[in-house]
Design a protein around this ligand. Structure first.
Ligand code: SF4
Ligand code: SF4
Length: 381
Protein backbone atom coordinates (compact mmCIF):
# COMPACT_ATOMS: atom_id res chain seq x y z
CA UNK A 1 0.00 0.00 0.00
CA UNK A 2 1.06 3.57 -0.55
CA UNK A 3 0.08 6.49 1.65
CA UNK A 4 -0.42 10.21 1.09
CA UNK A 5 -0.92 13.05 3.54
CA UNK A 6 -4.17 14.93 4.02
CA UNK A 7 -2.48 18.26 4.76
CA UNK A 8 -5.19 19.91 6.86
CA UNK A 9 -5.88 16.75 8.84
CA UNK A 10 -2.26 15.88 9.53
CA UNK A 11 -2.85 12.20 8.77
CA UNK A 12 -1.50 9.85 6.13
CA UNK A 13 -4.15 7.80 4.36
CA UNK A 14 -3.96 4.81 2.06
CA UNK A 15 -4.25 5.80 -1.60
CA UNK A 16 -6.88 3.09 -1.98
CA UNK A 17 -9.80 3.73 0.32
CA UNK A 18 -12.90 1.89 1.28
CA UNK A 19 -16.24 3.10 -0.03
CA UNK A 20 -19.16 1.50 1.75
CA UNK A 21 -21.66 0.41 -0.92
CA UNK A 22 -20.25 -3.13 -1.15
CA UNK A 23 -20.77 -3.57 2.60
CA UNK A 24 -24.41 -2.56 2.84
CA UNK A 25 -25.91 -6.00 2.16
CA UNK A 26 -23.46 -7.94 4.34
CA UNK A 27 -24.23 -9.53 7.70
CA UNK A 28 -21.88 -8.81 10.60
CA UNK A 29 -19.63 -11.82 10.04
CA UNK A 30 -19.19 -11.11 6.32
CA UNK A 31 -18.71 -7.41 7.04
CA UNK A 32 -15.94 -7.99 9.58
CA UNK A 33 -14.18 -10.52 7.30
CA UNK A 34 -14.09 -8.03 4.40
CA UNK A 35 -13.15 -5.14 6.66
CA UNK A 36 -10.28 -7.09 8.26
CA UNK A 37 -9.05 -8.08 4.83
CA UNK A 38 -9.00 -4.44 3.72
CA UNK A 39 -7.06 -3.44 6.84
CA UNK A 40 -4.62 -6.32 6.32
CA UNK A 41 -3.93 -4.87 2.88
CA UNK A 42 -3.01 -1.56 4.48
CA UNK A 43 -6.25 0.34 3.87
CA UNK A 44 -6.87 2.84 6.68
CA UNK A 45 -9.28 5.34 5.08
CA UNK A 46 -13.02 4.69 5.09
CA UNK A 47 -15.88 6.66 3.64
CA UNK A 48 -19.45 6.06 4.84
CA UNK A 49 -21.99 8.10 2.97
CA UNK A 50 -24.78 5.81 3.95
CA UNK A 51 -27.00 6.38 6.99
CA UNK A 52 -28.08 2.69 6.88
CA UNK A 53 -28.32 1.64 10.59
CA UNK A 54 -27.23 -1.98 9.97
CA UNK A 55 -24.12 -0.82 8.15
CA UNK A 56 -23.26 1.48 11.04
CA UNK A 57 -23.83 -1.24 13.63
CA UNK A 58 -21.47 -3.58 11.76
CA UNK A 59 -18.88 -0.85 11.36
CA UNK A 60 -19.07 -0.05 15.08
CA UNK A 61 -18.31 -3.68 15.83
CA UNK A 62 -15.50 -3.80 13.22
CA UNK A 63 -13.64 -0.70 14.47
CA UNK A 64 -13.81 -1.56 18.18
CA UNK A 65 -10.36 -1.29 19.72
CA UNK A 66 -8.75 0.20 16.63
CA UNK A 67 -10.62 3.47 16.07
CA UNK A 68 -7.38 5.50 16.19
CA UNK A 69 -5.80 3.54 13.33
CA UNK A 70 -8.60 4.46 10.97
CA UNK A 71 -9.43 7.73 9.22
CA UNK A 72 -13.21 7.87 9.18
CA UNK A 73 -15.03 10.07 6.72
CA UNK A 74 -18.70 10.40 7.64
CA UNK A 75 -21.33 12.43 5.80
CA UNK A 76 -23.19 15.39 7.23
CA UNK A 77 -26.63 15.95 5.73
CA UNK A 78 -27.19 12.30 4.85
CA UNK A 79 -29.89 10.94 7.16
CA UNK A 80 -32.14 7.93 7.72
CA UNK A 81 -35.83 8.78 7.86
CA UNK A 82 -38.70 6.28 7.87
CA UNK A 83 -36.43 3.56 6.52
CA UNK A 84 -35.11 5.74 3.71
CA UNK A 85 -31.84 7.47 2.95
CA UNK A 86 -32.33 11.24 2.50
CA UNK A 87 -30.19 14.31 1.88
CA UNK A 88 -31.13 17.24 4.11
CA UNK A 89 -30.14 20.86 4.74
CA UNK A 90 -32.50 21.24 7.67
CA UNK A 91 -30.42 22.27 10.68
CA UNK A 92 -32.38 20.29 13.28
CA UNK A 93 -32.35 17.13 11.17
CA UNK A 94 -28.66 17.61 10.32
CA UNK A 95 -27.77 17.93 14.02
CA UNK A 96 -29.77 14.85 14.92
CA UNK A 97 -28.25 12.96 11.98
CA UNK A 98 -24.74 13.79 13.18
CA UNK A 99 -25.45 12.78 16.79
CA UNK A 100 -27.03 9.52 15.60
CA UNK A 101 -23.99 8.79 13.44
CA UNK A 102 -21.53 9.20 16.30
CA UNK A 103 -23.66 7.24 18.69
CA UNK A 104 -24.26 4.40 16.23
CA UNK A 105 -20.54 4.17 15.52
CA UNK A 106 -19.56 4.37 19.21
CA UNK A 107 -17.06 7.12 18.58
CA UNK A 108 -16.87 10.72 19.78
CA UNK A 109 -15.42 12.22 16.61
CA UNK A 110 -15.16 11.92 12.84
CA UNK A 111 -11.85 12.59 11.12
CA UNK A 112 -13.66 14.18 8.18
CA UNK A 113 -17.18 15.57 8.33
CA UNK A 114 -18.17 15.41 4.69
CA UNK A 115 -21.01 17.72 3.66
CA UNK A 116 -23.04 15.44 1.50
CA UNK A 117 -23.52 15.90 -2.24
CA UNK A 118 -23.43 19.59 -3.19
CA UNK A 119 -23.85 19.85 -6.98
CA UNK A 120 -25.90 23.03 -7.36
CA UNK A 121 -24.79 26.64 -6.80
CA UNK A 122 -28.02 27.38 -4.93
CA UNK A 123 -27.34 24.42 -2.63
CA UNK A 124 -23.78 25.62 -2.06
CA UNK A 125 -25.22 28.94 -0.84
CA UNK A 126 -27.79 27.14 1.30
CA UNK A 127 -25.02 25.20 3.01
CA UNK A 128 -22.22 27.75 3.34
CA UNK A 129 -24.08 31.01 3.72
CA UNK A 130 -26.35 29.88 6.54
CA UNK A 131 -26.37 28.74 10.15
CA UNK A 132 -25.73 25.21 8.86
CA UNK A 133 -22.12 26.13 8.12
CA UNK A 134 -21.83 27.85 11.54
CA UNK A 135 -22.87 24.55 13.10
CA UNK A 136 -20.32 22.60 11.01
CA UNK A 137 -17.56 25.06 11.97
CA UNK A 138 -18.53 24.61 15.63
CA UNK A 139 -18.18 20.85 15.21
CA UNK A 140 -14.65 21.41 13.96
CA UNK A 141 -13.77 23.89 16.71
CA UNK A 142 -14.96 21.46 19.36
CA UNK A 143 -12.96 18.59 17.79
CA UNK A 144 -16.02 16.47 17.01
CA UNK A 145 -14.90 16.62 13.40
CA UNK A 146 -11.23 17.19 12.61
CA UNK A 147 -11.68 18.46 9.06
CA UNK A 148 -14.53 19.79 6.93
CA UNK A 149 -15.20 18.05 3.64
CA UNK A 150 -17.68 18.43 0.81
CA UNK A 151 -18.68 15.93 -1.87
CA UNK A 152 -19.58 17.13 -5.35
CA UNK A 153 -19.61 16.18 -9.03
CA UNK A 154 -19.69 19.77 -10.28
CA UNK A 155 -16.31 21.51 -10.79
CA UNK A 156 -17.85 25.00 -10.75
CA UNK A 157 -19.44 24.40 -7.34
CA UNK A 158 -16.35 22.67 -5.96
CA UNK A 159 -14.09 25.47 -7.21
CA UNK A 160 -16.15 28.08 -5.38
CA UNK A 161 -15.91 26.13 -2.12
CA UNK A 162 -12.15 25.77 -2.59
CA UNK A 163 -11.61 29.43 -3.55
CA UNK A 164 -13.48 30.51 -0.42
CA UNK A 165 -11.43 28.14 1.73
CA UNK A 166 -14.62 26.67 3.15
CA UNK A 167 -13.38 23.09 3.10
CA UNK A 168 -10.31 21.00 3.98
CA UNK A 169 -11.15 17.95 1.89
CA UNK A 170 -13.03 17.56 -1.39
CA UNK A 171 -14.64 14.31 -2.47
CA UNK A 172 -14.91 14.60 -6.24
CA UNK A 173 -15.70 12.41 -9.25
CA UNK A 174 -12.57 12.03 -11.42
CA UNK A 175 -11.84 9.80 -14.39
CA UNK A 176 -10.68 10.15 -18.00
CA UNK A 177 -14.20 10.70 -19.32
CA UNK A 178 -15.63 13.04 -16.68
CA UNK A 179 -12.53 15.22 -16.94
CA UNK A 180 -13.66 16.11 -20.46
CA UNK A 181 -17.25 16.89 -19.53
CA UNK A 182 -18.40 20.47 -18.98
CA UNK A 183 -19.56 21.55 -15.54
CA UNK A 184 -23.18 20.66 -14.89
CA UNK A 185 -25.66 20.76 -12.04
CA UNK A 186 -27.26 17.59 -13.37
CA UNK A 187 -25.03 14.68 -12.40
CA UNK A 188 -26.89 12.34 -14.78
CA UNK A 189 -25.23 14.12 -17.73
CA UNK A 190 -21.88 12.72 -16.60
CA UNK A 191 -23.17 9.20 -17.18
CA UNK A 192 -24.78 9.85 -20.59
CA UNK A 193 -22.91 8.94 -23.74
CA UNK A 194 -24.28 11.97 -25.61
CA UNK A 195 -22.19 14.23 -23.33
CA UNK A 196 -19.09 12.76 -24.99
CA UNK A 197 -20.13 12.96 -28.67
CA UNK A 198 -18.61 16.33 -29.60
CA UNK A 199 -14.90 17.28 -29.83
CA UNK A 200 -13.39 16.60 -26.39
CA UNK A 201 -10.45 17.93 -24.43
CA UNK A 202 -9.65 18.36 -20.76
CA UNK A 203 -12.15 20.77 -19.24
CA UNK A 204 -10.14 23.84 -18.04
CA UNK A 205 -12.33 24.31 -14.97
CA UNK A 206 -11.43 20.82 -13.74
CA UNK A 207 -7.72 21.44 -14.24
CA UNK A 208 -8.03 24.70 -12.34
CA UNK A 209 -9.89 22.96 -9.52
CA UNK A 210 -7.27 20.24 -9.04
CA UNK A 211 -4.38 22.72 -9.23
CA UNK A 212 -5.99 25.02 -6.67
CA UNK A 213 -6.66 22.13 -4.30
CA UNK A 214 -3.01 21.10 -4.50
CA UNK A 215 -1.90 24.68 -3.90
CA UNK A 216 -4.15 25.26 -0.92
CA UNK A 217 -3.50 21.88 0.68
CA UNK A 218 -7.11 20.82 0.18
CA UNK A 219 -7.00 17.05 -0.31
CA UNK A 220 -9.12 15.39 -2.98
CA UNK A 221 -10.49 11.94 -2.41
CA UNK A 222 -11.82 10.52 -5.63
CA UNK A 223 -15.16 8.88 -6.26
CA UNK A 224 -16.21 7.24 -9.55
CA UNK A 225 -12.62 6.68 -10.68
CA UNK A 226 -13.94 3.75 -12.74
CA UNK A 227 -17.14 5.54 -13.80
CA UNK A 228 -19.16 3.05 -11.73
CA UNK A 229 -17.45 0.27 -13.73
CA UNK A 230 -18.49 1.72 -17.10
CA UNK A 231 -14.93 2.65 -18.09
CA UNK A 232 -13.87 -0.97 -17.69
CA UNK A 233 -16.16 -2.11 -20.55
CA UNK A 234 -15.99 -0.75 -24.09
CA UNK A 235 -19.75 -1.23 -24.62
CA UNK A 236 -20.56 0.90 -21.54
CA UNK A 237 -17.62 3.30 -21.60
CA UNK A 238 -18.72 6.88 -22.43
CA UNK A 239 -15.59 7.22 -24.56
CA UNK A 240 -16.24 3.93 -26.38
CA UNK A 241 -12.92 2.43 -25.28
CA UNK A 242 -12.09 0.13 -22.42
CA UNK A 243 -9.64 1.01 -19.68
CA UNK A 244 -8.26 -1.26 -16.97
CA UNK A 245 -8.45 -0.76 -13.22
CA UNK A 246 -4.74 0.05 -13.19
CA UNK A 247 -5.22 2.76 -15.82
CA UNK A 248 -8.16 4.38 -14.02
CA UNK A 249 -6.36 4.22 -10.67
CA UNK A 250 -3.16 5.68 -12.08
CA UNK A 251 -5.05 8.43 -13.90
CA UNK A 252 -6.90 9.56 -10.78
CA UNK A 253 -3.85 9.36 -8.53
CA UNK A 254 -1.78 11.44 -10.94
CA UNK A 255 -4.12 14.46 -10.86
CA UNK A 256 -2.84 17.29 -8.66
CA UNK A 257 -4.36 17.40 -5.18
CA UNK A 258 -5.52 13.78 -5.16
CA UNK A 259 -4.68 11.73 -2.09
CA UNK A 260 -6.89 8.66 -2.46
CA UNK A 261 -9.29 6.76 -4.67
CA UNK A 262 -12.45 5.44 -3.00
CA UNK A 263 -13.60 2.08 -4.28
CA UNK A 264 -16.84 0.29 -3.48
CA UNK A 265 -15.52 -3.27 -3.08
CA UNK A 266 -17.96 -6.19 -3.17
CA UNK A 267 -15.46 -8.97 -2.41
CA UNK A 268 -12.01 -9.66 -1.00
CA UNK A 269 -10.88 -10.53 -4.53
CA UNK A 270 -11.80 -7.03 -5.72
CA UNK A 271 -9.70 -5.55 -2.91
CA UNK A 272 -6.76 -7.76 -3.95
CA UNK A 273 -7.15 -6.84 -7.63
CA UNK A 274 -7.05 -3.12 -6.95
CA UNK A 275 -4.12 -3.42 -4.54
CA UNK A 276 -2.23 -5.31 -7.26
CA UNK A 277 -3.14 -2.59 -9.76
CA UNK A 278 -1.22 -0.12 -7.59
CA UNK A 279 1.98 -1.98 -8.42
CA UNK A 280 1.17 -2.57 -12.10
CA UNK A 281 3.88 -2.05 -14.71
CA UNK A 282 4.10 1.22 -16.64
CA UNK A 283 2.62 -0.58 -19.64
CA UNK A 284 -0.35 -1.82 -17.63
CA UNK A 285 -0.99 1.68 -16.22
CA UNK A 286 -0.69 3.36 -19.62
CA UNK A 287 -4.07 5.07 -20.01
CA UNK A 288 -2.63 7.52 -22.55
CA UNK A 289 -2.27 5.04 -25.38
CA UNK A 290 -5.96 4.08 -25.00
CA UNK A 291 -7.08 7.70 -24.71
CA UNK A 292 -5.12 8.59 -27.84
CA UNK A 293 -7.23 6.12 -29.82
CA UNK A 294 -10.50 7.99 -29.18
CA UNK A 295 -11.28 9.86 -32.42
CA UNK A 296 -13.03 12.88 -30.94
CA UNK A 297 -10.54 13.41 -28.09
CA UNK A 298 -8.12 16.18 -28.91
CA UNK A 299 -5.37 16.53 -26.34
CA UNK A 300 -2.85 18.00 -28.71
CA UNK A 301 -0.19 19.84 -26.69
CA UNK A 302 -1.85 18.97 -23.33
CA UNK A 303 0.23 17.13 -20.79
CA UNK A 304 -2.01 14.63 -18.96
CA UNK A 305 0.83 13.43 -16.67
CA UNK A 306 0.75 9.92 -18.09
CA UNK A 307 4.55 9.29 -18.21
CA UNK A 308 4.24 7.65 -21.61
CA UNK A 309 7.28 9.71 -22.69
CA UNK A 310 9.59 8.01 -20.15
CA UNK A 311 12.37 7.14 -19.85
CA UNK A 312 14.18 10.42 -20.23
CA UNK A 313 17.78 10.11 -21.40
CA UNK A 314 19.05 11.94 -18.32
CA UNK A 315 16.41 10.67 -15.86
CA UNK A 316 14.07 13.66 -15.65
CA UNK A 317 10.57 12.74 -14.46
CA UNK A 318 8.89 14.69 -17.23
CA UNK A 319 5.29 14.34 -16.03
CA UNK A 320 6.24 15.55 -12.55
CA UNK A 321 8.18 18.53 -13.92
CA UNK A 322 5.22 19.46 -16.14
CA UNK A 323 2.82 19.12 -13.23
CA UNK A 324 4.84 21.31 -10.88
CA UNK A 325 5.37 23.93 -13.60
CA UNK A 326 1.62 24.03 -14.27
CA UNK A 327 0.91 24.37 -10.53
CA UNK A 328 3.45 27.18 -10.25
CA UNK A 329 1.72 29.08 -13.06
CA UNK A 330 -1.71 29.07 -11.40
CA UNK A 331 -0.75 31.97 -9.14
CA UNK A 332 1.78 34.77 -9.49
CA UNK A 333 3.92 33.44 -6.68
CA UNK A 334 5.19 29.85 -6.58
CA UNK A 335 3.71 28.10 -3.52
CA UNK A 336 6.39 26.84 -1.13
CA UNK A 337 5.08 23.25 -1.26
CA UNK A 338 5.41 23.19 -5.06
CA UNK A 339 8.93 24.64 -4.84
CA UNK A 340 9.86 21.96 -2.29
CA UNK A 341 8.38 19.14 -4.35
CA UNK A 342 10.28 20.33 -7.40
CA UNK A 343 13.48 20.60 -5.41
CA UNK A 344 13.05 17.02 -4.19
CA UNK A 345 13.13 15.63 -7.74
CA UNK A 346 16.32 13.76 -8.52
CA UNK A 347 16.76 15.51 -11.87
CA UNK A 348 15.56 18.94 -12.89
CA UNK A 349 14.38 20.53 -16.12
CA UNK A 350 17.66 22.39 -16.66
CA UNK A 351 19.40 19.02 -17.14
CA UNK A 352 17.51 18.45 -20.40
CA UNK A 353 20.03 17.95 -23.22
CA UNK A 354 17.34 18.45 -25.89
CA UNK A 355 17.92 14.99 -27.35
CA UNK A 356 14.23 14.76 -28.32
CA UNK A 357 13.98 11.05 -27.46
CA UNK A 358 10.88 11.65 -25.33
CA UNK A 359 9.00 13.71 -27.91
CA UNK A 360 8.11 10.88 -30.29
CA UNK A 361 6.73 8.90 -27.34
CA UNK A 362 4.21 11.56 -26.30
CA UNK A 363 0.82 10.56 -27.76
CA UNK A 364 -0.39 14.15 -27.47
CA UNK A 365 2.39 16.01 -29.27
CA UNK A 366 3.57 17.94 -26.21
CA UNK A 367 6.70 19.96 -27.02
CA UNK A 368 8.63 18.57 -24.09
CA UNK A 369 11.88 20.41 -24.85
CA UNK A 370 9.99 23.71 -24.68
CA UNK A 371 8.27 22.56 -21.49
CA UNK A 372 11.66 21.82 -19.88
CA UNK A 373 12.88 25.31 -20.87
CA UNK A 374 9.74 26.85 -19.42
CA UNK A 375 10.13 24.91 -16.14
CA UNK A 376 13.78 25.97 -15.92
CA UNK A 377 12.69 29.58 -16.24
CA UNK A 378 9.98 29.18 -13.59
CA UNK A 379 12.09 27.39 -10.96
CA UNK A 380 15.53 28.71 -11.96
CA UNK A 381 17.08 25.26 -12.52
S1 SF4 B 1 4.59 14.96 -22.03
FE1 SF4 B 1 3.12 13.63 -23.11
S2 SF4 B 1 3.74 11.56 -22.65
FE2 SF4 B 1 4.80 12.88 -21.22
S3 SF4 B 1 3.54 12.92 -19.38
FE3 SF4 B 1 2.88 14.63 -20.65
S4 SF4 B 1 1.23 13.85 -21.94
FE4 SF4 B 1 2.26 12.07 -21.08
S1 SF4 C 1 14.61 15.92 -24.66
FE1 SF4 C 1 15.17 16.42 -22.57
S2 SF4 C 1 13.45 15.64 -21.41
FE2 SF4 C 1 13.35 14.63 -23.39
S3 SF4 C 1 14.48 12.71 -23.15
FE3 SF4 C 1 15.90 14.24 -23.92
S4 SF4 C 1 16.84 15.05 -22.06
FE4 SF4 C 1 14.98 14.01 -21.42
Amino acid sequence: MKYRAIPRLGRDVSVISLGCEGFIELDQKQFVAMFDHALDKGINFIDMYTPNPDFRAHLKYAIQGRREQIVLQGHIGSIWENGDYLRTRDLTKTKKGFEDLLEELGTDYLDIGMIHYVDEMSDLETVFESELFDYIKELKQSGRIKAIGMSSHNPAVALKAVQNNWIDVLMFSINMAYDMAPATENVDELFEKKTYKSELSVEPLRKELYALCEQKGIAIDVMKAFGGGDLLRSDYSPLGVEFTEAMCLHYALSRPGVVAVMAGFHSKEQIDTLCRALDASEKEKDFASVLAKVDNVSLSGHCVYCSHCQPCTVGIQIAQVNKFAALAKVQNEIPETVREHYKALEHHASECIECGACMSRCPFGVNIIEKMKEATEIFGY
